[in-house]
Design a protein around this ligand. Structure first.
Ligand code: SAM
Length: 396
């Protein structure tokens, strides 16, 4: 969407068009609706309104109900931070006593919105004129204060009371970039900011060795999916090097230098959340639940202790029913003997394709089971387990 189309689409007359599209979208087929609306409105405007509406529907997974009033382009929506994660970061900024932020590369304003909602004074800057307008319109649509400027992060002056936030683009002209070298604004600029009181959002795959000295890295997962890493600048003086936070509970675990111990399977098997694994704090997690690893190189933790409180949020818990044969033929015989027909396979550290294994087993029983396939000191091992009713993603 170019600026002219956005200006037209967000003008008084077109807002009626947006309303018609929103109310008729689900009941009328898109083609027929388009044809009908083109009798009243210019075709480009109808096409833009329909695209905008479908982006709003898509954006609900990131922004919830608010998406219905917001403005997007496909790329900018793709790049935006989901609100739950942005709200967590904004909450931490408030806890750290921050009152004002400048978002250097604010896109359509995902982070600006969360910071403004948290009560911070917000200023956005972006190189892209369309995004500047969309971010401004999004703050306004949600009744939030804030300013958004067209400009280059590299030359923008950060005022003394502002904390810089930067979520560099991870795309170049050819697609997604996976290394720090491809970021825009560039990593040199970002890491320079991180020497002070600044926060950066980066890819969760960032290597521990790339994290600048004195910076706290926080891996965040939401609803069980690892979504990003936040780097908290050395100027915040955090004593934490690495942290895992799981949303929506906001339960966190930090690095302490614990060394993992290895031992036999106990009553429960626990698969640590990906944020815990990426933060490299599986040993700390094992310690926190009075457990140990099944194998020094594989992230399965085992313990005799029932999950209580926060522990349940940091991993998926399974009660061990029995160890069963690892190899397909005796495994099939054992599962058949147990009348199992529907199998979920969870594998870690072994070269198995669950769908293929399930196909080879050809089970036809009436019971349902979960099978963990892993390694114990380099030897394949399989366990029938029962997922604990404990719900780790939501607080009831
Ligand atoms: C990943 S997006 C930010 C998304 C944003 N956090 C959100 O939630 O909507 C990165 C943004 O940085 C902008 N950008 C890249 N280099 C920039 C620069 N040198 N100065 C200002 N903005 C820049 C891009 O135009 C893009 O909108």
């Amino acid at each position: 969407m170019d600026l002219a189309t956005f200006t037209l689409l967000s003008s008084g007359e077109s807002l009626d068009l947006m309303k018609v599209v929103a109310t008729r979208w689900s009941v009328t087929n898109g083609l027929a609706l388009g044809t009908e609306l083109r009798n009243t409105y210019p075709p480009e405007l109808v096409a833009a309104a329909m695209t905008q509406h479908s982006l709003r529907l898509k954006a609900r997974s990131k922004f919830g109900e608010a998406a219905e009033r917001m403005w997007f382009t496909p790329d900018a929506l793709e790049q935006s931070t989901r609100l739950s994660v942005a709200q967590h970061r904004a909450g931490r900024l408030v806890e750290l006593g921050v009152t004002s932020i400048v978002d250097l590369g604010c896109g359509i304003g995902g982070d600006l919105i969360a910071c403004a909602q948290a009560g911070l004074t917000v200023r956005g800057v972006d190189l892209d004129p369309v995004r500047v307008h969309l971010a401004r319109a999004n703050l306004e649509a949600l009744g939030l204060d804030g300013t958004v400027e067209l400009g280059d992060a590299l030359t923008n002056t950060i005022t003394p009371n502002e904390i810089a936030f930067v979520d560099p683009a991870r795309r170049d002209g050819r697609g997604r970039v996976f290394s720090l070298e491809g970021l825009q604004p560039p990593w040199d600029f970002v890491s320079g900011l991180l020497a002070g009181r600044a926060v950066a959002k980066v890819m969760p795959g960032i290597a521990h060795t790339d994290i600048p000295e004195g910076v706290e890295a926080e891996w965040v997962s939401d609803g069980g999916s690892l979504v990003e890493a936040s780097l908290w600048g050395a100027g915040f003086g955090s004593s934490v090097t690495r942290r895992a936070t799981v949303l929506p509970s906001r339960v966190a675990l930090t690095a302490s230098g614990a060394v993992a111990t290895v031992g036999p399977p106990l009553t429960f098997l626990v698969e640590p959340d990906d944020a815990v694994i990426r933060a490299g704090i599986v040993a700390e997690f094992a310690d926190s639940i009075h457990g140990h690893l099944l194998d020094p190189k594989i992230a399965w933790v085992t313990t005799d202790r029932e999950p209580s409180g926060d522990e349940g949020f940091l991993g998926a818990w399974f009660r061990v029913i029995d160890e069963v044969p690892f190899h397909t033929k005796p495994l099939k015989a054992e599962l058949t003997r147990r009348d199992i027909g529907t199998l979920t396979v969870k594998k870690r550290g072994v070269d198995i394709v669950p769908e293929r294994l399930i196909g080879q087993l050809k089970l036809s029983g009436s019971a349902t089971a979960t099978l963990v396939m892993t390694r114990l000191n380099n030897v394949g091992a399989a366990f029938l387990v029962e997922p604990l009713g404990h719900q780790r993603h939501t607080i009831s």
